[in-house]
Write a protein that binds this ligand. Structure first.
Ligand code: GLU
Length: 323
């Protein structure tokens, strides 16, 4: 088996010209059809170009992501026919690397400690983007070093990145031009939590860059995180990958799938369907096949084309009800 290409905290961006994609599940439960759709499109996109496909286990939040679920995710992906090109990378092993990136940002004056409690944040937050995201009101942004040191005696701070009042835009492969004002729409965001765990945005940006990822394919629910990640990339001097956010998968009635739909996770599905039946159904939902038929992943590579992939919510054929 190949060894991890990033053995220590030394920052090194791989000098590779090969297109490189990745699938980066957070193993807090068994893989779900929505995850598998995402893995499938990421895989087909980069394999179609003859590129590398990497698997990254996003288990920074160690208590929520026990190792056995990561192993289960890898077994499930292998069962479905996925292959990946390096040993899978576990974010829980990479704190030193994230610390080095955070130290650089701190030395350059982009970071400040935040002592706000969750309750304070909720009461001060200005609602934004529905209920899903709140903009931090910069309560701790201007503490003096003495004030911060005094507060640190009783409470470990989170570390926030100060963002400028600036628009960040990018062109999404499916959804086209996207634009967000960092200060207004996102706000200063957390790179390390008060419990010492590194935040998703930092870990993703560092890992994508240091593993040479050139294309990021992931769910549309993460689209709003991308401008923050682009800004971090710029500060850290990393190259910018291409982004394709994929439509959400709904059940055959058009309802959004949720982790609680246990009959659509692999525990249930693997008992009733062969891998080719699952992949064939997902490929049909995505627009890659005109009708449902069993299809292995490898057989889909030559017919893959982003132009075929639908932009509306992707509706699954009925699976939950089938025996
Ligand atoms: N770990 C994230 C998830 O499972 C995906 C992050 C990403 O692809 O950038 O939703």
């Amino acid at each position: 088996m190949l060894t991890n290409p990033i053995p220590n905290s030394e920052e090194r961006i791989p000098d590779l010209c090969l297109p490189t994609g990745r699938f980066a599940p957070t193993p807090s439960g068994r893989l779900h059809l929505g995850n598998i759709l995402c893995a499938m499109l990421a895989y087909l996109s980069v394999r179609r170009k003859g590129g590398r496909f990497l698997l990254r286990i996003e288990d920074v939040d160690v208590p929520r992501c026990p190792r056995h679920l990561a192993r289960q995710a890898m077994d499930d992906l292998a069962w479905l026919g996925f292959t990946w090109d390096e040993a899978p990378l576990f974010q829980s092993d990479r704190s030193d690397i994230y610390r080095a990136a955070l130290d650089r940002l701190t030395a350059e004056g982009h970071i400040y400690p935040c002592f706000c409690t969750r309750a304070q944040l909720m009461s001060l937050a200005a609602p934004n983007l529905g209920d899903t995201q709140v903009v931090y009101q910069r309560t701790c942004a201007n503490l003096t070093a003495e004030e911060a040191a005094e507060r640190a005696k009783t409470r470990a701070p989170a570390m926030r990145l100060r963002v400028p009042d600036e628009d960040v835009s990018f062109t999404d492969g499916l959804f086209g031009m996207q634009r967000e004002n960092l200060a207004r729409d996102c706000g200063d965001f957390i790179l390390r939590r008060s419990d010492g765990l590194y935040g998703y945005q930092l870990a993703v940006v560092v890992d994508d860059a240091l593993t040479g990822v050139t294309e990021v394919v992931r769910g549309r629910d993460i689209l709003s995180a991308t401008p923050r990640q682009l800004y971090l990339q710029r500060l850290l001097g990393y190259p910018q990958p291409e982004y394709v956010h994929i439509p959400l998968l709904t059940d055959s009635q058009g309802r959004r799938l949720a982790k609680r739909d246990k009959d659509l996770d692999l525990t249930a599905l693997a008992k009733r369907f062969a891998p080719e039946e699952i992949i064939g159904r997902l490929a049909c939902s995505a627009g890659l096949l005109p009708e449902v038929r069993p299809m292995g992943l490898e057989a889909l590579i030559p017919i893959f084309d982003w132009a075929k992939v639908k932009r509306d919510d992707l509706r699954l054929p009925d699976m939950a009800g089938e025996a």
